[in-house]
Ligand binder design. Structure first.
Ligand SMILES: Nc1ncnc2c1ncn2[C@@H]1O[C@H](COP(=O)(O)OP(=O)(O)OP(=O)(O)O)[C@@H](O)[C@H]1O
Ligand SMILES: [Mg+2]
Length: 224
């Protein structure tokens, strides 16, 4: 399974989601490759920190790729890993487009603020364009950094549900200090001590949407 965490808005939580999914997947015993396709290299920095601070924790392989190499190297490496997670930058880059030509799934976090949600139409156009090259590309929008109260979450969810090119995943991540605290120690939020049970529950729901949907479609494909 090749999952791209992308979009065209900076700071929406792509790296947080990509690194959490990579760690949780690795903790399930899978052989995971995390590809950092963002020149800011935040995912790589997280991995370096994790390897230093948490040498005993479940590990994955991490590499940096840019431009067209994101496609060619991912195609080569897909035989060697069970799952590949690609973190992209917050812009419509050659790297992100290259990733989307080989991906099974695109995950796009949206912060429930108008400026973020306004990028939805452009993300929809990007997905439609990429499907010309990769017809099987599944694309999902979900909310990150939701508010503890108020109407913004619901309003943003309604807008996200309304797009044709992306399917809305009802698996929001709340605005929780635990995400930043975990990252600062090289942990996924599920590994943080003491635990933030809500953050763990939220990220596990998202994780299951992403990886169980793969199991379901694989079972369908073999007619089970
Ligand atoms: N659910 C959340 N709750 C609290 N803080 C969060 C949450 N998600 C992300 N953050 C914080 O928001 C900041 C931006 O997150 P992150 O780096 O994952 O975004 P990004 O989309 O990868 O950004 P960029 O576009 O710069 O690559 C980080 O400090 C991160 O810890
Ligand atoms: Mg990032």
């Amino acid at each position: 399974m090749i999952v791209v965490v992308g979009g065209i808005k900076g700071g929406s939580g792509k790296t947080t989601v990509a690194t959490n999914l990579a760690v949780i997947r690795a903790a399930e015993g899978r052989d995971v490759l995390l590809i950092d396709a963002d020149d800011q290299e935040t995912a790589s920095d997280f991995t370096i920190l994790r390897n230093e601070r948490q040498p005993e924790a479940p590990s994955y392989t991490s590499i940096k790729l840019t431009g067209a190499a994101v496609r060619t190297e991912t195609l080569r490496l897909r035989q060697k890993y069970q799952d590949i997670i690609i973190d992209t930058g917050g812009r419509d880059t050659t790297s992100q487009r290259a990733a989307l030509t080989v991906a099974d799934m695109l995950l796009v976090p949206f912060v429930p603020r108008s400026f973020d949600v306004w990028t939805l139409e452009k993300v929809g156009t990007l997905v439609t364009e990429m499907r010309a090259a990769n017809a099987g590309l599944r694309a999902h929008a979900f909310l990150n950094r939701t508010d503890p109260r108020g109407h913004d979450n619901d309003e943003a969810a309604e807008v996200l549900k309304d797009t044709e090119a992306l399917t809305f995943l009802d698996a929001p991540l709340g605005t929780r200090k635990a995400f930043g605290n975990a990252a600062a120690q090289g942990f996924a939020v599920t590994e943080l001590k003491p635990q933030d049970p809500k953050a763990t529950e939220e990220v596990m729901l998202l994780y299951r949407y992403v990886f169980d949907s793969e199991k379901i479609s694989r079972l369908r494909a073999v007619g089970e």
